[in-house]
Write a protein of this length. Sequence first.
Length: 104
Amino acid sequence: MDRQEVAHVTTDSPSARAARILARVRAIPEGFVRTYGDIHPAAPRLVGHVLATAPDDVPWHRVVRADGTLPMGPLQRERLWREGVPMRGDRVEMRLARLPEVAS
DNA sequence: GTGATGACGGAAA
DNA sequence: CTTTCCGCCATCA
């Protein structure tokens, strides 16, 4: 389905989307990561904005780019490393750390 | 109201 | 491998 359908199916409203995004991010288990696109395919950039203005009790470091590079640099890298996320150089081994799409 | 920007993604060259 | 280009949506000037 395209983004229009997604928006229709998933009760949209600025706050509702933000809430859904935050919920998904909080659901990422330690040691794994998900990409912006995985969290909200229709608007990856929105995910970034939400995380940027989100409370720090969310595991924002578990959200990385689709190619495994880290948007937040060294800090994020350190946090992921501590959780045992497999990395190669400065990027995450998506093949192993990327969490499969979750239903809901 | 318009236009630029950003913690992005994917396709094309 | 890199660089463009276009689509997305909320914010902000």
